[in-house]
Design a protein around this ligand. Sequence first.
Ligand SMILES: [Zn+2]
Length: 187
Amino acid sequence: MKKVTFTVTYEENPRTLSELSAIEIKLLRRVLEICAEAKAAGNHPFGCLLADKDGNILMEQGNEEVTLGGDCTAHAEALLMRKASQIYSKEEMNAFTLYNCADSCAMCTGAMYWGNLGRHVYIASEDSLRLVTGDDLRNPTLNLPSRVVIASGQKLMEIIGPIPELEGDFLALHEGYWKPSSQKSMN
Ligand SMILES: [Zn+2]
């Protein structure tokens, strides 16, 4: 059997609110509202938006996995990238930022990569999210930061996050929502 060792080096890039512009904070707060709207519609509490360099919102997207009949690819970022890449050129996408509630899974980071997104800003780390979702089959969060996926590619994407001061507001939407196996066995 051939054994392959795979090593990727990446740097975390956390931000305090004081290091973000007022526009970026407003966009991230809007992302939290999109998460709440997705949850109210019966979907999982995730959301994101696409903005141009001036902070104008070009597109908003919540998770639609439930309302799309269990479509396992209907994560907010994957849906947004699919739609945006049909409207904007790869050059245009490279100038845009996707503001996200949490670091992206491998699938969604892949969509960002193929769509030539220039910048990804997220609130919660995958680690924080994994602690609340556990292995719930609806969202068995990976331990594969978007930086690792992107670092394995052939081009750069600026990635900023986590933003710890906003993490609590995001994770509050997930309280009691997920049922990891450790909780299921107690029920
Ligand atoms: Zn995803």
